[in-house]
Design a binder for this molecule. Structure first.
Ligand code: ADP
Length: 643
């Protein structure tokens, strides 16, 4: 007796899209179904570690792809874990996979774009409906009786049916009743080509029936014997020299669902206290959920070629969560759990090895980012030149996508802080492009300059025009401009680079050290002295707003600016935390005034001293991207003066 079930609303929505979209690449359905079949075999292998009886005397796991021209069906069969009826109802009626949920949340409503997205994400089992108007699934879970099989049928609209069947073989058959416009898949050559393209690395044999030319019928006829059509050796286990770049790229696209080629990869057999194979890729494009720190890492864990888990976060530090790849350990037990992974010393060693490897890859890219010039270039062979040209600019591309997340490492990975610091790139008062390294900066430092100066702001324009930079500009001192949200937090972990302290120009008193000559210092002291009565009055007027008021040599053209004390959160960070709904300590800034400015000179004895004082403060706040506490009052004050 069959039973009707409704799809979960999200599945119905997804199916509607799958069945109504026009695809430029329909082939991906096969990749998805073979990948499910292979996962099912991996699951069986994993469960059988504890219960070898699950193999039911057929331990050779495989996937069969079979078509029937007359019935117009294409069937993908595996002898993996299989499904019980309850599991079929649950797994094929709801969306469990977070990737598919992600996908759903990105739908734009534009059919063409959404169809492309399906290709990129792959929507698993449901992609069968790209080519089929009806799908029948027959399955039996390993360990259950033959009578406990299930048949699941749906035409991809709102509902599906299930019924109990008898199925002797363990595992699952997915039978696609192909649409009229999908008859191209009733062709061995076509199927074989798709499998070669997308599923070659699957570590189980994918079998198809042999075909032979029949003279009488003058067509190819399927034979009774089967042969593997993929190479069935996990790519990472093959020697490097036998793997082409194209195969590496295909493999990457397979495990990452990224359309683009990766920027670079590194494939190694690591020997030492723990042995493992490592294949790591640096993607060219950041995923849309890069900023989700809870996102699982992109590295798959295998133990002796047996798939253990996706997203093995213990294998990569959080700031490298965007790295994709495979780790195959020879030493871990096959039944490792996530909890065990966290504590394993082998895993710790692998994680450190992975981190070092990624940093080395990045250093390599950074070194090759700019083309060699002059003699260094001439010395290269044509081949080397072509290679250099292909590598040039890759690090810049990488940094634009992942630079900000790499900075998290300063706070997370103290052991590699120096290596990370060398990889950082910034814009500066001398360069709009985010390409200035701390080493570049140091090499350009003025004689007598004792610190690496930087400023953090919301935008490049705000940073560049900030009043705090005036004296640096006047003296021709470069200042790094930082506009990533993580910058201030990250920089708080980096006190110095190569022996030179880093100093925010918006924190603490300016100490230009030897860059300021004796005369300037004396003049500044005198100004502060003679200005003391005005400062005292300012302090009194602004006692609720400013922690202190002092004369500064920081400013040239502006009358005033705000700074915070060394060690305090900057005004910008405090604002950002507030916007994010987080608790931020109340920062009371210090108002610094330029005693040479006409407006400031006017203060002394001015009848509306108090009003001017507030305007001065609020303007300084505006100049650095903040808003006066009471904007209306500010406007009123300015207008009163204008009138
Ligand atoms: P995903 O495989 O990404 O989780 P799918 O929509 O492709 O998402 O499949 C949903 C679920 O259906 C799978 O997680 C799995 O539990 C089950 N499933 C699909 N295909 C098979 C199969 N060939 N054998 C066993 N279970 C399967």
């Amino acid at each position: 007796m069959s039973q009707q079930h409704a799809f979960q609303a999200e599945v119905a929505q997804l199916l509607h899209l799958v069945t109504h979209s026009l695809y430029s690449n329909k082939d991906i359905f096969l990749r998805e179904l073979i990948s499910n079949a292979s996962d099912a075999c991996d699951k069986l292998r994993f469960e059988a570690l504890h219960d070898a009886g699950l193999y039911e005397n057929t331990p050779n796991l495989e996937v069969r792809v079979q078509f029937d021209k007359d019935a117009k069906t294409l069937t993908i069969t595996d002898n993996g874990i299989g499904m019980s009826e309850a599991e079929a109802i649950d797994h094929l009626g709801t969306i469990a996979k977070s990737g598919t949920r992600d996908f759903m949340s990105r739908l734009s409503g534009d059919q063409k774009k959404d169809a492309q997205l399906i290709g990129q994400f792959g929507v698993g089992f449901y992609s069968g409906f790209i080519v089929a108007d009806r799908i029948t699934v027959e399955s039996r879970r390993a360990g259950l009786k033959p009578e406990e099989g299930v048949r699941w049928v749906s035409s991809g609209s709102g509902a599906f049916e299930t019924e109990a069947i008898t199925r002797v073989e363990r595992g699952t058959s997915v039978i696609l009743h192909l649409r009229d416009d999908a008859s191209e898949y009733l062709n061995r050559w076509k199927l074989k080509q798709i499998i070669g393209k997308y599923s070659d690395h699957i570590s189980l044999p994918i079998l198809m029936q042999k075909e032979e030319w029949d003279q009488d019928k003058s067509e190819y006829v399927l034979q009774a014997d089967w042969e593997a059509v993929n190479s069935a050796s996990a790519l990472w286990t093959r020697p490097k020299k036998d793997i082409s770049d194209e195969q590496y790229v295909d493999f990457y696209q397979n495990i990452s669902y990224d359309n683009e080629a990766p920027l670079t990869w590194s494939h190694n057999r690591v020997e030492g206290s723990t042995e493992y194979t490592q294949l790591l890729y640096i993607p060219a494009k950041a995923p849309h959920d890069l900023w989700n720190r809870d996102k699982k890492a992109g590295v798959k864990l295998y133990v002796k070629r047996v798939f253990i888990m996706d997203d093995a976060e213990a294998l990569m530090p959080t700031y490298l969560r965007w790295v994709k790849g495979v780790i195959d350990s020879a030493d871990l037990p096959l039944n490792v759990s996530r909890e065990l992974l966290q504590e394993s010393r082998d895993v710790k060693a692998i994680r450190e090895g992975n981190t070092r490897r990624v940093l080395t890859m990045l250093e390599d890219l950074a070194r090759k980012d700019r083309l060699p010039t002059g003699e260094d270039w001439e010395r290269l062979s044509d081949e080397e030149k072509a290679e250099a040209e292909a590598d040039a600019g890759k690090f810049t591309r990488f940094y634009a996508e992942f630079g900000a997340v790499l900075k998290e490492g300063l706070g997370e990975d103290f052991g590699n802080r120096e290596r990370l610091a060398k990889l950082l790139r910034f814009a500066s008062t001398q360069s709009d492009a985010v390409g200035v390294s701390l080493a570049d900066y140091k090499a350009r430092m003025k004689e007598g300059q004792e610190a690496i100066y930087y400023i953090t702001a919301d935008t490049l324009a705000a940073a560049r025009n900030s009043p705090q930079l005036e004296v640096f500009r006047k003296k021709g001192i470069e200042v790094l401009l930082m506009t990533d949200r993580v910058d201030e937090w990250a920089l708080s972990f980096l006190h110095e680079f190569d022996g030179t302290p880093l100093q925010s120009v918006a924190k603490g008193a300016v100490d230009l050290g030897k860059l300021q000559d004796e005369e300037e210092k004396k003049a500044a002291e005198q100004a502060a002295e003679s200005f003391k009565p005005v400062l005292d009055r300012l302090k009194a007027s602004l006692k609720d707003k400013a922690k202190d008021v002092r004369v500064t040599s920081r400013l040239v053209d502006s009358p005033a600016c705000l700074v915070v004390e060394d060690g305090d959160y900057s005004m910008q960070l405090a604002r950002m935390l507030k916007q994010a709904g987080q608790q931020a300590p109340e920062v009371k800034p210090i108002l610094e005034v330029n005693a040479d400015h006409a407006l400031v000179k006017k203060l002394d004895g001015h009848p509306q001293f108090d009003e001017l004082a507030h305007i001065l403060f609020d303007q300084a706040l505006l100049a650095e991207g903040g808003l006066p506490e009471d904007p209306a009052a500010y406007v009123k004050r300015v207008n009163a003066l204008l009138v």
